[in-house]
Design a protein around this ligand. Sequence first.
Ligand SMILES: *[C@@H]1O[C@H](CO)[C@@H](O)[C@H](O)[C@H]1NC(C)=O
Ligand SMILES: *[C@@H]1O[C@H](CO)[C@@H](O)[C@H](O)[C@H]1NC(C)=O
Length: 383
Amino acid sequence: MRRRTEGQEPSEEPVKAETKVVDQGQHTQPKSKRRHTYKSVLIITGKCLLFMLFVPPFINHAALQREELPLRPKDGQIVDVGSGQKMHLLCKGQGKPVVILDAPTGMSSDIWFQVQESIAPLTKVCTYDRMGLGFSERLKPDETTGAEKVWGMSTTGRMVDDLQRLLQAGGIAMPFILVGSELGALNGRFYSHVHDGQVSDLVLINPIPDDIFEEDQWKEYWYSELLPSLVLRQFSAATGLSRMLIIVGAIYPQIKGENISEEVIQRWKYLMSNPTHQSSVVDEHYFMNESAAQVRDITKFKPLSSKTSVSVITGDSFDQQMPEHLNQMVAKLQKKFLEESYPSANHIHIKGVDRRMIYKKPSAISQHLRKLVNQRQAKQQSE
Ligand SMILES: *[C@@H]1O[C@H](CO)[C@@H](O)[C@H](O)[C@H]1NC(C)=O
Ligand SMILES: *[C@@H]1O[C@H](CO)[C@@H](O)[C@H](O)[C@H]1NC(C)=O
């Protein structure tokens, strides 16, 4: 795997011993001079406080600007999807059918790194960043795509409109295999129901049940526990605190594993300190109830084409770090909505994992995707 070696080379320059000059005449000070010293200490303290308040955001901002280009994936393209809106699309491999991967709630395309690498030898596989996340720009206050007026800013309806324009601008061949996790699964469903014939296979990883936000306990968890922690993270990024905490090692990447490249780790640090990315993370979570409601309405209004296959991948629980009763609630509602909306779906269970399976057990996901690709390729050849 790619690993950076810079920074690991030992420094060639010998450390020069500093000679300290001790001024012995300053040990005894007159009283007036001491008061003067208190005053200057106060001024220095004040300056330090100001420094601590105002300088880290500036340093952080400058560092983010410097890091953006070098950290952007080399094969990635910035695609103009219309109205001046620019999105980051990263495709690897060649062939058909194309596989499109849509990340979980508040995550950048980096989460798919291992899955993408293992599908690329077989066919073309693309990831992208939803607006405001990763390397996709956020819409400026005076810009509009039109879709956000209909659907609301950070909801599935608008994201699907973005994705459709991105795939068109990026010249993606249809039909393709659409894979989404959590919010990405809501997007995948919305897309497949609205755009008949564009999706040959829909893969839902840890789908969010449509009506989970009608459960008080879930709402309580989502809006009173999860969301405040994300808002805090946004604040910490904006004040430059996140960057300092990363430097001192107080926070470190959750994405861990033997095959994670150094590049992905560096990008994680960049995004963790990036207030634009973090505020989009908050928005996606905040409007999740709206997104779920939109998808519920669309699936009732417009059934899925019978040509589209559906498969669902889940682990032992939704999130091992969440209370057990909430996991049970997700499992129960998941089962109910899948039976109602996709009775013929192929259900795959992966043992010993939760929503982190995308990077903890990528091979289980790739295995299923490879199977789907092989089936479609065999069909293409026989036609
Ligand atoms: C890491 O990559 C090696 C070689 O490609 C592979 O054998 C191994 O299973 C991978 N490990 C994980 C955790 O995916
Ligand atoms: C989503 O939650 C917000 C804030 O709690 C609320 O105002 C809104 O009506 C909810 N939307 C839906 C569709 O439930």
